[in-house]
Ligand binder design. Sequence first.
Ligand SMILES: Nc1ncnc2c1ncn2[C@@H]1O[C@H](COP(=O)(O)OP(=O)(O)OP(=O)(O)O)[C@@H](O)[C@H]1O
Length: 268
Amino acid sequence: MTDIAVENLQITFPLYHGNARSLRKSLSKTLGRTLNTRFMHDNRDRVVVQALKGVSFTLQPGDRLGLVGGNGAGKTTLLRALAGIYEPVGGSVTVRGSIGTLLDPELGMNMDLTGRENIRLRGMFSGLSKEQTAQVEVDVENFASLGAFMDLPVNTYSSGMMVRLSFGLATAIMPDVLLMDEWFMAGDASFRNRARARLENLVSRADILVLSSHMADVMADWCNRLIWLDQGQVRMDGPTEQVLEAYLGRPLERKADAEKPEETPPTL
Ligand SMILES: Nc1ncnc2c1ncn2[C@@H]1O[C@H](COP(=O)(O)OP(=O)(O)OP(=O)(O)O)[C@@H](O)[C@H]1O
């Protein structure tokens, strides 16, 4: 059984580790009353930013949840909390099922090991048999096209090579819950096309998808529910079209309309 329950989730980040007084003063001066909304003091008198405040929702198999919101709204923080990277300071996150993440290319990667060793290690941690791991190895090697670099330590890779390996690996092992940040869909055009086909297959087979994106068309195509985060809080939660239209402040362009060819002007 796969499901996710997030209850009254609170996540804060300390802004610095020393005495909070001078920072508090300067924040008070520049932000005035906003200090009371996004910034607060924790029980060690540190100034902290409240990245998520009182976020609650549940997800069942078949849910494809998109996270929208402006810069700093809390989307990445929520994805990372679901992945277990950030501990809540309040509330709870419960995830039943295996988790696959496309959040950060270096996540779960041992930088001193080679690409091939990382694949084998991931196979072992995911509980795959030797044969299954060997299949994953061939699949990732073909997808990532790293040539001789496959047998060199990952810390010698360029950032593009790192994305190819990490994307290939994350999409080779089928998770119950797929957590994804939009920048994994970036990259050069040829990578994007190959990546998209692979991703669509994974998205259609995962029980639950949680995706953060600024791309309205990706949200409309892949998600059946959206949460709009604003200043770390849920501003709206509902069907994709409804939330997207409220968030964008305009009706969505229907595909059929967008693809309709322009009328040819009558000829004399
Ligand atoms: N490691 C950190 N230390 C301090 N503050 C942080 C940290 N990570 C996030 N924040 C703060 O938490 C808030 C939420 O950030 P988050 O990265 O989750 O936003 P986001 O919605 O993903 O934004 P974007 O669309 O710009 O990527 C922001 O105010 C940000 O400044």
